[in-house]
Design a protein around this ligand. Structure first.
Ligand code: WQD
Length: 337
């Protein structure tokens, strides 16, 4: 009998890739998703890769009755909680929507877990909790800074809530850096709604002719080429990290009930370096111009991955060029559908 893993937000960008990797690792993924930031086409992609549609319930995690019934029916060994909004700019415009969805949503999941005696959770956190770090690369022990957006605040609150519930809830808290790329078959990828906030979908849509020009938000920062530096991580590497975290929980390998890991590559690349990588890898020009800085942008942040390499036994395998290739293949697939 396969161990079942409940994946909230399992049709989303990271969730859908993780569902495929869970299956390939011998688990049975169960999906709950309210399609507020995902599409049923992701289920088609999952089916094309694993040969069937996993159990799926179209519901909000705040619907505790539905969530409880799903847990009663399937008795999952662990829950991976992806379901949350993640657009920094949008969170500034709609803070209550972000607190209700990201914080109340987590509390709903925890209340049902406690009631149903499920004690294993993988939580989607973010490098956003570090704010503008005083030094890079950041360690898991690097002090967090006051959040610069309601989105960042919801991630910091989520970590506090989980630490305060560590007596009964064993958590693998994964701090993502910048997830990009797509499944190498282009069966799955990012499906941003409306005008993308993030660099890569805006870049690929520009090259595809859907956007006029990519604006580089500032080139007067204290970095080698003046543009901001990030730790971009392939979504497949990120998905594989979730499998490792689930295995650590279900095999009772955790040393503490709340464990936090930086899920990055350990390499920082600037916006201009990303553009150059994309152009070289895909032999195509990226129409771009330098524009003003974007409010709230962190200048440079990338991960120290010593702990996740040694403790979780996971290391990112895919480089920036591969991320650029898979991102473009996905955009081409979207164009052709
Ligand atoms: C990256 C760089 C921009 C768009 C995001 C999420 C955050 C977290 C990490 C999940 C910055 C520059 C961007 C554009 C640009 N994800 N840029 N022109 O802000 O690092 O954070 O990923 O937890 O929630 O918001 O990512 O892709 O928006 O920006 O120059 O049109 O690209 O200034 O330097 P960010 P991003």
């Amino acid at each position: 009998m396969k161990k079942k893993i409940l994946v909230t937000g399992g049709l989303g960008f990271i969730g859908s890739h993780t569902v495929v990797c869970l299956h390939e690792a011998g688990f049975e993924p169960i999906i709950i998703d309210n399609l507020s930031n995902s599409q049923m086409s992701a289920m088609d992609g999952i089916k094309s890769l694993i040969g069937f549609e996993p159990t799926f319930v179209n519901a909000n995690v705040n619907d505790k009755e539905v969530l409880a019934q799903l847990i009663i029916d399937h008795k999952p060994e662990a829950i991976i909680h992806f379901a949350a909004f993640k657009a920094v700019g949008e969170s500034v415009e709609k803070p209550l929507m972000y607190y209700e969805n990201n914080v109340v949503g987590l509390i709903s999941v925890l209340e049902v877990m406690k009631e149903q005696v499920i004690s294993n959770l993988v939580f989607s956190s973010s490098c956003t909790v570090y704010g503008e770090p005083d030094q890079v690369p950041v360690l898991e022990t690097t002090p967090t800074k006051p959040a610069q957006s309601p989105y960042g605040a919801t991630k910091q609150m989520g970590e506090i809530i989980l630490k305060d519930n560590a007596a009964w809830c064993k958590t693998q808290c994964l701090r993502y850096f910048n997830p990009i790329g797509a499944h190498p078959t282009a069966a799955l990828g990012e499906l941003p709604l409306g005008i993308p906030n993030n660099l890569i979908p805006f870049l690929t849509q520009t090259v595809a002719g859907l956007r006029n020009e990519l604006t580089v938000f500032g080139n007067d920062y204290d970095t080698p080429d003046g543009t901001c530096i990030r730790d971009y991580i392939h979504v497949m590497d990120l998905a594989e990290a979730h499998v490792k975290a689930v295995e650590r929980l279900v095999h009772n390998k955790q040393e503490e009930n709340f464990e936090v890991f930086n899920i990055g590559t350990g390499n920082g690349f600037s916006v201009l370096e990303v553009i150059q990588s994309f152009e070289k890898e895909n032999n195509i020009n990226v129409p771009h111009k330098i524009g003003p800085r974007r409010a709230g942008d962190v200048v440079k942040v990338w991960a120290d991955t010593t702990k996740v390499n040694e403790v979780l036994g996971w290391t990112a395998k895919r480089g920036l060029d591969e991320m650029m290739r898979d991102s473009w293949n996905w955009q081409l697939k979207l164009q052709n559908n």
